[in-house]
Write a protein that binds this ligand. Structure first.
Ligand code: FES
Length: 378
């Protein structure tokens, strides 16, 4: 279709609302052309002779894209539900499956949309009539009559492609769109169906590896870069104003590389151990008055905004900074947020020093670690 600027043109007589209601789809489609000052110069059906081999081939070609889309949508649903997606560390059995989860569902989702789109375009190209029209251009928004008649025109154009008798295309397109719609619905509802609080007080969001199992002491351990090397932290290891990242460690894990690796890689274990300068004034949170050991305070490193590591500590003003969206937390005031999008204080780990002079955790965190939305309970 092409358009020309007609300058001024006379608008044809418009039907009354009663006349409009009484018109058939075909009459409305014709009226659309008239009202729009469209002159059809050439209009010929793509397949004037029905049932030829070429027409059937074209039909199969279009249906193939819809079927590919349907199969891909089915694959997406299966992968979304059944593909192993739980975290597996590099080098451990099953890491390949875990690492390919996101690429797999991304590819299947993308190919579903792509094949569906190609199918629609192929259908329009192969079955819509060849038409050349000239339309005069008007300014301003279309009125109600124009909008109604344009829809009728589109419906009429669709009917001229004989969509009603092309069962292969309608069924394959229906399957593709239907399965794709189900897949989108499952993807949207899936995270709502899983209950992160299942398990009550022992739910995964309440419990972290900092919790003691069978009363075993949990030490604060630094990462030296050598997995099997155990370096527990003592108060004299930190200068005033220093900060160190620590992970949980139990003596029963000595020599167990898998357990040591898990303690370092789990998303809820990194903790900042901060030594404030002597004489720094602090405000403690109610119920957490004895969570610190002298000038030493331990806070979760996982930002309560969106879970980035809040790993920057500014000694001069005792602020902990998250580099992702610039949230700032005040270490002297139970790590409450004082700037940026975070709304919840960084959870504080209760610590003390054992008889040998090593830092130990007195218990697990008393609140969920990570983004604030986890705090909501069912
Ligand atoms: S994740 Fe820390 S500010 Fe957004």
């Amino acid at each position: 279709m092409s358009a020309t600027d007609a300058g001024s043109s006379t608008h044809p007589t418009r039907p009354t609302p009663e006349e409009l209601e009484g018109m058939s789809q075909q009459e409305l489609a014709r009226l659309a052309g008239t009202l729009d000052d469209v002159e059809v110069v050439h209009n010929a059906p793509k397949w004037p002779v029905r049932g030829t081999r070429a027409e059937k081939r074209a039909e199969r070609g279009v249906a193939t894209w819809f079927l590919l889309s349907a199969l891909s949508a089915l694959g997406f649903i299966v992968a979304f539900i059944a593909w192993p997606h739980e975290y597996v560390a590099p080098g451990e059995p099953g890491y390949g499956w875990y690492a390919s989860y996101t690429p797999a569902i991304g590819f299947l989702f993308g190919f579903t949309v792509l094949a569906l789109g190609i199918g629609v375009i192929a259908y329009v190209r192969k079955f819509f009539p060849e038409e050349v029209s000239v339309q005069q251009r008007h300014d301003g928004r279309s009125d109600e009559v124009d909008r109604k008649t344009v829809i009728a025109q589109l419906v009429s154009a669709g009917k001229t492609t004989d969509i009603g008798r092309r069962k292969l295309i309608t069924r394959s397109a229906g399957a593709a769109a239907g399965i794709f719609g189900i897949g989108v619905g499952i993807a949207a509802l899936g995270p709502l169906i899983r209950n992160p609080w299942k398990g009550g007080d022992q739910a995964a969001l309440w419990v972290t590896p900092w919790g003691s199992v069978n009363g075993e002491t949990v030490y604060l351990r630094r990462d030296t870069g050598i997995l099997g090397e155990i370096s527990r932290v003592r108060p004299e290891d930190l200068d005033p104003g220093a900060m160190e990242t620590v992970f949980p460690y139990r003596e029963s894990e000595r020599g167990n590389e898998e357990a040591l690796l898990h303690a370092q890689r789990a998303s809820d274990t990194p903790v900042m151990l901060i030594r404030l300068r002597p004489g720094t004034q602090t405000i403690k949170r109610q119920g957490q008055e004895n969570f610190n050991f002298g000038d030493y305070y331990a806070f979760s490193k996982i930002c309560t905004h969106l879970g980035c590591p809040a790993s920057l500590y500014q000694t001069q003003d005792n602020r902990i900074l998250c580099p992702c969206h610039q949230s700032q937390f005040l270490a002297t005031e139970y790590a409450r947020p004082v700037f940026g999008p975070a709304t919840r204080a960084l959870p504080q780990l209760p610590i003390t020093v054992d008889s040998e002079g090593y830092f130990v955790a007195r218990s697990d965190f008393i609140e969920p670690v990570g983004p604030a939305f986890w705090e909501r309970r069912p």
